[in-house]
Design a protein around this ligand. Structure first.
Ligand code: SF4
Length: 204
């Protein structure tokens, strides 16, 4: 949300999109509506391909992600990775709220990356959780309701839980997978060629 707030204050044209996997929390839809009203901007949902979801669900069941890491990655691929790839074709540049301290896999992310002719910005890469909290409080940035219930990273409802004191920010993601990277693959696969405008993506 800080990215949206910063962009709105900067005043330039930008678009905001989010991956609506079909499995997100009701509170996430509430948050989308809050953003629409607070900033007066459209939040564009990027949906998965209907036929791909129907085929996957029919063959593997609605909760396939609990069955194996491979099944979980298949679901993330259908519901997140491919929709993101399709959506990114509309943009020359996009920005995310990824931060280096969130996981070991994000420890080396740069503030500016280039892939497939597209620019990816991670302006909060060196922000700490304390800085995020301070900016949010000071600027009155809207907060996802689940943060108040112990969630530290919010994705799909069946794959996200609140964390315990001392756990890492991403510990609540795919918590049943031991020692996994806590990533769905979308953050390191920005590709595509069509260029038009700039975008912000809410975190996944
Ligand atoms: S987070 Fe879970 S429900 Fe969401 S796309 Fe990945 S496996 Fe599927």
């Amino acid at each position: 949300m800080i990215l949206v707030d910063l962009a709105a204050r900067a005043g330039g044209p930008f678009r905001v999109f989010t991956l609506d996997t079909g499995r997100v929390h009701e509170e996430t839809y509430q948050m989308m509506e809050t953003v629409r009203q607070r900033y007066g901007i459209a939040v564009e949902p990027a949906f998965p391909d209907r036929e791909e979801v129907e085929r996957m669900t029919a063959e593997h069941g609605p909760n396939l992600f609990y069955g194996s890491v491979a099944a979980r990655k298949m679901c993330c691929d259908v519901r997140k990775v491919r929709p993101l790839e399709r959506k990114l074709r509309e943009f020359a540049a996009w920005a995310t709220g990824l931060r280096r301290e969130q996981t070991a896999a994000r420890a080396d992310i740069a503030k500016v990356e280039e892939s497939g002719g597209r620019i990816k910005l991670n302006p909060l890469a060196d922000w700490t959780a304390a800085q995020v909290e301070e900016y949010t409080r000071a600027q009155g940035v809207p907060v996802h309701p689940l943060y108040g219930r112990g969630f530290a990273s919010i994705g799909c409802a069946p794959c996200t839980r609140a964390i315990e004191p001392g756990e890492s920010e991403r510990a609540g993601r795919w918590w049943w997978e031991q020692g996994g990277p806590r990533e769905c693959g979308i953050h390191f696969a920005a590709d595509g060629t069509v260029a038009r405008g700039a975008a912000l993506k809410t975190d996944a």
